[in-house]
Write a protein that binds this ligand. Structure first.
Ligand SMILES: C[S@@+](CC[C@H](N)C(=O)[O-])C[C@H]1O[C@@H](n2cnc3c(N)ncnc32)[C@H](O)[C@@H]1O
Length: 224
């Protein structure tokens, strides 16, 4: 399955590239429900910098920037990031939104404990093995400052499409060339190992059932 995953990753990157080349506004211009909720959480926690993973064409990055956060947006699709950079300039948000090409299977670029918050909307349910998912959340914990927050959303096993698309192995499903995984609560809890799990909240958006998960990097106990 190892070689299979490399091939799958390459095919997924090409699939996303093609989708973004065909659709200049693939996910629409409005912020996701998760981004609107997350901005309030991060604001209340006094966070000012956000690393967004799988940012696509940047609809949520722009929303977070307009709420006052500085956002570093990454994705493995250059065509999505090209659109994001053009729109950031046009909207006058390029001082608050930076972008870089990055595949989350690779180590995250920031140094240890330098990031206030990480946000990933509908990224972790893409075509990752469970080992890749565990490695990614470990990387996220590494780059976060102690007490830093991680909010992610994923497709839920309660979604009506679960079990209806073609299964391609290791719990991954595929449709129209896109592959992904539906999350149950066990997987959410597994990925929260060595984190403080703040919440796993079910919600619906565009007829899809998802989880919104909030977890914090534990801050070390200060002994007096
Ligand atoms: C469902 S879209 C969500 C985009 C964006 N978060 C939004 O809500 O508008 C998933 C995104 O994950 C990106 N992606 C998938 N696999 C990735 C990987 N291995 N590394 C980085 N980005 C990836 C895709 O290019 C796509 O932009």
């Amino acid at each position: 399955m190892k070689t299979g995953y490399v091939e799958l990753a390459r095919a997924q990157q090409e699939r996303w590239q093609a989708a973004y080349e065909q659709h200049p506004s693939l996910h629409g211009a409005g912020a996701s429900a998760a981004a609107r909720w997350t901005a309030k959480l991060f604001g209340a926690a006094g966070i000012d910098d956000v690393l967004e993973l799988g940012a696509g064409q940047g609809r949520d990055a722009f929303y977070l920037a307009r709420q006052g956060f500085s956002v570093h947006a990454t994705d493995f699709s250059e065509s999505a990031l090209h659109r994001l950079r053009l729109d950031a300039q046009r909207e006058g948000l390029d001082d608050r939104v930076t972008a870089a090409l990055h595949d989350v299977r690779d180590p995250l670029p920031p140094a240890d404990a330098t990031v206030g918050a990480v946000y990933a909307n509908v990224l972790l349910n893409m075509a990752f093995s469970r080992t890749e998912l565990r490695t990614l959340v470990n990387e996220i914990r590494r780059v976060l400052r102690p007490g830093g927050l991680f909010v992610y959303t994923v497709w839920s096993t309660d979604d009506s499409r679960f079990g209806k698309c073609a299964e391609i192995g290791d719990g991954l499903y595929a449709k129209d060339g896109f592959a992904g995984r539906f999350f149950d609560l066990d997987l959410v809890h597994e990925l929260a190992d060595r984190w403080e799990l703040g919440g796993a909240d079910p919600y619906e958006e565009n007829g899809r059932r998802l989880w919104r998960v909030t977890q914090a990097k534990p801050a070390p106990l200060i002994s007096s």
